[in-house]
Design a protein around this ligand. Structure first.
Ligand code: GRF
Length: 237
């Protein structure tokens, strides 16, 4: 080994400075989001679909409330009667509609009901923010290029369920989150925005997911605005 060549063995050694406490290198995360988005055009008419905690729902609504994102959430559709996201919607005074998939025999029937609900509220852009059901062309075709999903990995790695577990099991050192357009194949539509986070040695599912979610909350409002640009809802200039 010459003096200037890197010592690759050292990469695997644990430097003393890191042995007690690792820190997150902020340069790893997506760095270039502007502070605010243009205010031109009418507010984007959003519908959010969620099944769980709803922290992403909340992040979008906060971005709207603080003037960062020119949009309005017209309705939350949720499929799990226990979902905490419904409480969040209620606190913000946003209408929510429970559509329980167990009440429908076929996925298509369920999706048809979702379409009807979203259309009834005159939704123009749909955000799947922790929606834990497969969707069919009945729903996707009703909102062409106007459906987004957020996924807790750097797609195309770790599609499908348990993406954070998959990343931990694979031993990757960087993972992250992706906002993409929805297509029939799961977690496979065109990518709008991604953010990376490091995987630290002591990470558990909870600590890694929490780190990913910080970035999810950051990129989702911007991805919504980007999608609206692409759909022509904002003037380009
Ligand atoms: C997020 O990690 C998202 O990427 C995944 O489901 C989770 C939803 O979290 N699709 P929350 O309900 O928004 O807190």
């Amino acid at each position: 080994m010459t003096e200037s060549s890197p010592d690759f063995n050292a990469v695997n050694a644990v430097p003393a400075a890191l042995s007690r406490k690792e820190t997150v290198d902020s340069s790893l995360v997506f760095p270039h989001l502007p502070a605010n988005l243009p205010k031109a055009g009418n507010p984007i008419k959003l519908g959010v679909m969620a099944s769980g905690t709803g922290s992403n729902f909340e992040a979008v609504q906060k971005a709207i409330a603080n003037g960062q994102l020119n949009a309005q959430i017209l309705v939350l559709v949720y499929n799990n009667p226990e979902a905490k996201v419904a409480d969040r919607a209620a606190r913000w005074g946003i209408p929510s509609v429970l559509l329980n998939h167990r009440d429908f025999q076929r996925r298509e029937d369920f999706d048809h009901q979702i379409v009807q609900t979203l259309q009834q509220y005159e939704v123009e852009l749909v955000v799947m923010a922790g929606w834990m059901r497969l969707v069919t062309p009945v729903l996707i075709d009703a909102f062409p290029n106007r459906m987004l999903n957020i996924h807790p990995s750097l797609l195309p790695s770790f599609r499908g369920v348990k993406a954070v577990e998959q990343a931990l099991a694979a031993g990757v050192k960087i993972t992250g989150c992706t906002v993409h357009f929805v297509s029939v194949e799961v977690d496979s539509g065109p990518i709008l925005l991604q953010a990376a986070v490091p995987v630290l040695r002591d990470d558990t599912l909870e600590t890694l997911h929490a780190r990913i979610q910080v970035q999810e909350h950051r990129i989702l409002p911007f991805a919504i605005a980007l999608a609206a640009f692409e759909a022509g809802d904002y003037p380009k200039s």
